[in-house]
Structures are given as C-alpha cells and as structure tokens.
Write a protein that binds this ligand. Sequence first.
Ligand SMILES: Nc1ncnc2c1ncn2[C@@H]1O[C@H](COP(=O)(O)OP(=O)(O)O)[C@@H](O)[C@H]1O
Ligand SMILES: [Mg+2]
Length: 300
Amino acid sequence: MNTARIVGEGKPDAATEGGLNLKPSARRPSSALLEERPVSPTAGQTTVDDPIFACRDVNVFYGEKQAIKNVSVDVGRKQVLAMIGPSGCGKSTFLRCLNRMNDTIPGACVTGTILLDGQDIHAKHQDAVQLRARVGMVFQKPNPFPKSIYDNVAYGPRAHGLARNSGALDEIVCTSLQRAGLWEEVKDRLHRTGTGLSGGQQQRLCIARTIAVQPEVILMDEPCSALDPIATARIEDLIDELRQRYAIVIVTHSMQQAARVSQRTAYFHLGDLIEVGETDRVFTNPRHKLTEDYITGRFG
Ligand SMILES: Nc1ncnc2c1ncn2[C@@H]1O[C@H](COP(=O)(O)OP(=O)(O)O)[C@@H](O)[C@H]1O
Ligand SMILES: [Mg+2]
C-alpha cells in the first residue's frame, strides 16, 4: 500500500460528492490531518511478493472488547517480521491469530481472512493441530515439558508420525538440536530432564522442539524477555540463522532487538496496525507520527 492510497482511502471522494469539482490538491487531507487519524489504513508497505501469510481485515474481539482492528499485513518467506508497540496494543493477540491459538481462549472471536501459503487457515477442513505444526510457537517463558531433553524434541515427531523408526527419530532430534544451536551443550545428556537446563538453553530446547516437526513459520512472543543479555544474544544469532529456512514473526518490547533481528517491522497501537515496512526504513524514516513518537521514546 503506498502513501497515495492511504491519503484517499476511507474518505468519500469529494469530487464525486454533491457535484463539487475540487482541484486534486483540495480533495486530499493534509499530511497533518492524516497523522492525527488514529485508525487504519496502515502506513507503509503491508504486502510483499509471494507471502507465506496474507492477512486481510483481521479483527479480534474478547467478548465486547475489540483487541485487533482490521489488520491487513503479509508475512514474507525466509525473513523476520518484528511486531512492536506499547504493552496491551495487541501484539500477542495478533500473533496468536496466525496459528489459531486464540481458538483456545474462551470468549475470543477472530474475523477476517488469513491465508497460509494461499490456504485459508479457518477453512472447515483445516485442522488446528496440523496448523500448529506448520506454524510453531515459542513463548515468553521457556516451557519445556517435564521430560528428558530427547523426549521434548521427539514429542512432536512422535505425535505426527514423522519418523519411520528409532534411527530416524534420533536423526530428527539431533538435527533439530543442532539447528537450535544446543546440540554441543546437551549431546552427552540427552536423557536428563529438559527443565534442568539454564533459561537460555531451555528456550533453545523449545525452539528445537518447534523445529522438529518441520514448521514453515515460527512465531515467537517475546522469547528473550526472561533471559539474560548473553542468552538473549545467543537467541538473536539463532533467529538470524533460522530465517535461512523459516519465516519468523517475533513480538518484542525491545526496539533494539527488532532493529537487530528483523527485516520488516510492524508497529501496533491500541489494536491498529499503524505502520509496517522495511525495518531500516521504519526506524530511520517512520511515515506515521505515532510510529515516530514511539521509536523516539515520546510514547510507550
Ligand atoms: N484472554 C484475554 N481476555 C480478555 N482480554 C484480553 C485477553 N488477552 C488480551 N486481552 C486484552 O487485549 C488487548 C491486547 O492484549 P495483548 O495482545 O496481550 O497485547 P500485547 O501483547 O501487545 O501486550 C489488551 O487490552 C488486553 O488486556
Ligand atoms: Mg504480549
């Protein structure tokens, strides 16, 4: 979506109203007026070529309360989309739309269209468990199962019947731990409990568990907020490696982290997607006043 469309969108065309024939310049609201407008449409580039996710007019309600308002955005393949914005603006809610985790919240209602690789994730035949294997999720607090390191990673492949035999399962566990950057640290203690690892190792174990079912997208909701700076740096490096294979959508409260790990950034405010675009552009040259206020620390 370009700026020209944003300017005119949603407003009745003055030229066709009441027979007025205003000059084009008079028909457009000034950029100042545009900036004051709190709601959609989103500034910047909401679409990408060949998206893995295409979300259109997504709304989320918790009972009467609307938490996400008409959000349309694409997620690109093999790149990281960071979602930023003040606490309570709807980042986690929107993230949960992408693998239908809001289905599990009583009273939550999602409307709009979400296509994963062109397929409607809300289609009748779409199974939510299968969807969550394709679109894995890593949470704020590492949540390994109270099982061995091996069994944590093997859990998904067993549940989905991905391994023909025990040798194939060993292979999946090893590869997943390698890709999650944890193999060297745990290869001699695969049968010890996953909850005995450090916080950063547990988070990488959760990433290995997600990778083990061969997802197409990994959703991460503030995956480093419970970690120290060294463990955080380790996860950020890992995210950069993972995007060679997967699309990643990460919620972060840290603008520095968004700038370090993502190629595109989306800024949410009170349930609206205010702006989205190339991360460098959003941080150096935000188009919307609300984005600018947030990234310069005037708000949030
Ligand atoms: N399970 C829920 N029930 C009711 N309201 C919720 C629920 N989860 C989130 N909300 C509300 O929806 C809004 C967005 O929340 P959330 O997506 O968690 O924001 P963020 O992740 O950006 O901090 C907030 O006002 C929050 O209070
Ligand atoms: Mg959140």
